[in-house]
Design a protein around this ligand. Structure first.
Ligand SMILES: [Zn+2]
Length: 297
């Protein structure tokens, strides 16, 4: 090999190191996913970066038109977009969440909150062993929020790691204005997000507006909340609870087809999904960039 060829080869190596996964702590256009990497790649990554994004989702019914894995695909999809823009690795640990209140629709799976907490925490202990120190949870299933909070507390109080939430349930992501549409589950928002992230999994022709049913107690609280908005907290705490509680708040008791919304999911568009996803991803990316910078000082 002559010296010119050698120089070109060295330049190419540099280029591939900077563009590929080895970019580690720097920007990269490809997402890094733990399960898709080899151990030498993880070793090289850890020499440059101790951050990891952990997506949390669920396997639960999402109406007649969205797949059971919707929350999982949303959490992983958005985590991968964040990874592509920050170079931070994504480590999916579990694809089942806490979803007991959706079990009236077949296919829904659920782990007890304490089981889920243990699975996530033990997996994090292994990541800590290899040198990961900064853990960011990107949750996209409301039922997981309490577990996310507990795991984050355990990591911060019992280990060398630092953990924070960057998705659903995070102060980085505003809860959104309550416009009365109750578009919470498999409605226009979530259908739009899936039309943007995984359109091949959306059966839009099967989408339909649900018939929503509320107990007399729920209706009364809803009515009283128009005068005293604080009562909405009681109203919403009655929704999304297992049938066994006797409160009428299980998914199949509230909704005729599993969708929770006063809107028609057929109004969903990929463009709305793109906007919602980009806003959430942007907030997380800005935070990660700030944390990286702060850590260098
Ligand atoms: Zn969902």
């Amino acid at each position: 090999m002559n010296s010119k060829k050698f120089l070109i080869l060295v330049a190419l190596c540099f280029l591939s190191l900077n563009l590929g996964w080895a970019g580690g702590a720097s920007s990269s256009s490809h997402p890094l996913v733990l399960q898709e990497m080899t151990w030498p790649e993880v070793k090289a990554y850890l020499e440059k970066c101790d951050m990891v994004i952990i997506p949390l989702g669920s396997t639960e019914q999402h109406g007649p038109h969205l797949p059971l894995g919707t929350d999982f695909y949303e959490a992983v999809g958005m985590s991968k977009l964040i990874s592509a823009r920050t170079g931070v690795m994504v480590a999916p640990l579990v694809f089942i969440g806490y979803s007991a209140y959706h079990s009236g629709f077949p296919g829904t799976l659920s782990l007890k909150p304490e089981t889920l907490e243990e699975v996530i925490f033990e997996s994090v202990e292994w990541l800590l062993k290899y040198g990961f120190r900064r853990f960011m949870f990107f949750n996209y299933h409301g039922g997981n929020n309490i577990i996310q909070t507990k795991v984050i507390h355990r990591i911060n109080h019992q280990t060398q790691g630092i953990a924070i939430a960057i998705g659903h349930g995070s102060p980085l992501q505003p809860a959104g204005e309550d416009d009365g549409s109750m578009d919470w589950h498999a409605g226009v928002s979530e259908t739009s997000i899936m039309l943007y992230l995984q359109p091949e999994l959306v059966r839009l022709e099967k989408a339909a507006q649900p018939m929503m049913t509320f107990t007399p107690q729920m209706k009364e609280l809803q009515q009283l909340a128009t005068k005293d908005p604080s009562l909405r907290y009681v109203w919403s705490s009655l929704l999304g609870v297992p049938e066994e509680t006797g409160k009428g708040g299980a998914s199949h008791q509230l909704s005729s087809n599993g969708v929770w919304s006063f809107l028609d999911p057929r109004q969903a568009t990929a463009e709305q999904g793109r906007q919602e996803v980009e806003e959430m991803v942007e907030r997380a990316v800005k935070f990660i960039q700030a944390w990286k910078k702060a850590h260098q000082q």
